[in-house]
Design a protein around this ligand. Structure first.
Ligand SMILES: *Cc1c(COP(=O)(O)O)cnc(C)c1O
Length: 267
């Protein structure tokens, strides 16, 4: 018998980190979802993690993601056709659809494939992008789940709307019926200073509370998400109320740099 693969060991370690952080913060483990950030890693790694029970995957680059989404769909439907021997429960579990989250910067000419192929978008940072995603969302897929990305690091980061403009953007999203506004995202500047990590995440949490108090009642119900925390700072994020942590390196290992020619046309 082989032991658990490195990916399985990483997965178990990350789930244990999330559990410990929840315990330390007196939060229920089920209140934090793990988003596995699979950018630059192959469909085979996604499928391996899916076989262990992981459902939600995050991607940053449109073309890479589309290729991976369709490869995973093909492979999973082939597996289903091949296999009659499982119990009903495991089949139901394994066949649960994967959930794809777009977490990268969005160029306006790339909104259509994002609207068509993703379940969530974490990186809405201007109204033009929100409107295009809404216009291009196929009715049959139901509303696209979106978070407004906020720049809580000021000068140190360029992506995300300024905190003072987040409410207006959130309100614009709630006015678009094919979007479902779910919450806020932050990617603070990387730092080992735990107090600074906590301050940035706390800022997003407080902003979430303020925006929540301004939204129309029917929008408040769904405004339940704080997408914050990555491999290096998930404990701080969970301590400050993260409901989705976006984890790449701690699951899949170090990313190989993308080739420059692939990066250029993507976003
Ligand atoms: C790559 C990426 C992550 C994952 O970061 P790790 O440090 O590898 O866990 C999370 N969020 C976003 C927006 C990313 O681009």
């Amino acid at each position: 018998m082989n032991g658990p693969s490195p990916l399985q060991q990483n997965y178990e370690r990350v789930l244990a980190r999330i559990d410990r952080a929840c315990e330390a913060a007196a939060r229920a483990p089920a209140s934090v979802r793990l988003l596995a950030v699979s950018k630059t890693f192959p469909a085979a790694d996604v499928l391996a993690l899916a076989a262990l029970g992981q459902r939600a995957f995050g991607e940053n680059y449109v073309q890479e993601a589309l290729d991976k989404i369709s490869a995973c769909r093909d492979e999973r439907s082939r597996d289903r056709d091949d296999d009659g021997g499982d119990t009903r429960a495991t089949v139901a579990d394994r066949d649960a659809p994967l959930e794809w989250h777009f977490i990268g910067p969005i160029q306006s000419n790339k909104t259509r494939p994002i609207a068509e192929h993703f379940d969530w978008v974490h990186s809405v940072d201007r109204e033009k992008i929100a409107r295009r995603l809404a216009d291009q969302r196929p009715d049959a897929r139901g509303p696209l789940q979106v978070c407004v990305q906020v720049n809580v690091s000021g000068e140190a980061s360029k992506s995300g709307v300024a905190p003072g403009d987040a409410l207006a953007l959130a309100q614009a999203c709630t006015a678009l019926p094919s979007l479902q506004l779910r919450g806020l995202t932050a990617i603070p500047e990387p730092t080992d200073d735990e107090a600074l990590q906590r301050r940035r995440f706390a800022e997003l949490r407080r902003l979430h509370g303020r925006i929540r108090s301004e939204l129309p009642a029917d929008a408040v119900r769904h405004f339940d998400t704080l997408s914050m925390g990555m491999s290096a700072d998930l404990e701080s994020a969970i301590a400050e109320g993260a409901t989705i942590v976006r984890i790449g390196t701690a699951l899949f290992g170090r990313r190989r740099p993308l080739r420059a020619d692939r990066v250029k046309g993507q976003g």
